[in-house]
Design a protein around this ligand. Sequence first.
Ligand code: SF4
Length: 99
Amino acid sequence: MSLIWNRTHAWDDSDWRSVAACRDTEPELFFPVGTTGMATDQIESAKRVCDHCDAQKACLEFALATNQESGVWGGTTEDERRKLRKQWLAARRRAASQG
Ligand code: SF4
């Protein structure tokens, strides 16, 4: 998955949120309780919505930049984002050190 690592953002809700595929879904779908049992089905259903979302990259980048710790964002779970966030922070540090 490629991210827009070096772009500087001022996130605009009217920008990517206006095309979010989850706008008309139940918010609970994206915030399952736990990671096992019924939550697994919920996570997979949420990810299927994300797979067809035009805002997926921006949503994921927003979640990484603002450290969203729970829920499905940009097609990722909190565990997946924890790993991605380390890469994202490292890339930002590299970009900053290069001026
Ligand atoms: S990527 Fe998923 S969580 Fe993010 S806006 Fe799209 S559907 Fe919603």
